[in-house]
Design a binder for this molecule. Sequence first.
Ligand SMILES: [Zn+2]
Length: 452
Amino acid sequence: MTPQSYWAEYAWTGGRVERGVVVDTAADGRIAAVRTGAAAPPVGAVTLRGLTLPGLANAHSHAFHRALRGTVQQGSGTFWTWREAMYRVAAALTPDTYFDLARAAYAEMALAGITCVGEFHYVHHRPGGAPYAEPNAMGEALIAAAAEAGIRITLLDTVYLSSGFGAAPEPHQLRFSDGDAEAWAERADALADRSHARIGAAVHSVRAVPADQLAAVVRWSEDRQAPLHVHLSEQPAENEACHAAHGVTPTRLLADHGVLGPRTSAVHATHLTDEDIALLGGSGTTICMCPTTERDLADGIGPAKRLQEAGSPLSLGSDSHAVIDLFEEARAMELDERLRTRTRGHWTAAQLLRAATADGHASLGWADAGRLEAGALADFTTIALDSARTAGPPARLGAETAVFAATGADVRHTVVGGRHVVRDGAHQLVHDVGAALGAAISAVPAAEGTPS
Ligand SMILES: [Zn+2]
């Protein structure tokens, strides 16, 4: 990467809005220096008009769910009927169509200021479960898609072995399963980190990974010092089934098998007991909230505030991609809590930005991203402060404006590893993101059906 200086009209650094900030990027894709008080752009610097923020981390994604947008809003249904529609798309994917869909979805993320995605990936094998000639063809398609879209990825290669407690995979789930955790680990071992990609592990859920298989996954993530993610208690039915099978909550089951800890992220964590909250917080497990998906699927509102008070960092994800907008996720977490408690002000805008940036990156294994400071990865994004949505508030309230008024459509620039991926609202690598999404989604025939 050629070293480049960027001049931000305003930038969020050191927990406040600074006016006139020069960000020098180095050949290694990191920030060489951040200089405040630069009234005008230095010669040769790229001007970033608006408020520059650290890059946003989308800590929980299933790229192929992007094909469900709109189609799953017909009629009513439940989480479980929504899941049937989702399985139909999963059944139709090939490495090529998965690549096209993910490239377009990740390009949409770049346009929304997202510089790193955590892809919770479980569509590993051919329909029916036979491996591809290259056993990681599907995971490699996602890593390549992120490269083409210009963003970073943590591929959370997911263990998915059963359809429920003590139940073998159903036919449409066969392509998710490696048979057992040992075979999963062997396949995942062949995936290598690279400059834009890191490999992590995921336990799909306590429904999909038998308790006696959890230790092997924990061991793998310890050996690699890799992030470990898990869907947790999104639906009461999971809690009830876990109780029936093991006599404990899913959180307790994970704790008893060593799954919780500072490298672990629990996704959703919606329906918890007081003991669950103490276990998650006390172990330093990150909680990934996905408010736009949780409300779309009528999951409920998770106890994010109590979890944070108990010791859990918070991150945010767009999960099913009902929308891809981290500003919306951030404000939804606060606004949901306001509705539930009928009081305002549970998190400051700065705290919500931290979840969307530094803490999200840390949960994906990129502790060196999510901050505008020397030595950090040169990943940042700039929102307009003069759009129809953001004009008016004083610039010193840029964080409040970003979190409570901006949308992804206000993103003007996205820089990843010093590379200017989105310039003046235009993706520099995927030239027509809408057309790319339309083509990729129409190539997945099952997405057009009406969900049952
Ligand atoms: Zn998910």
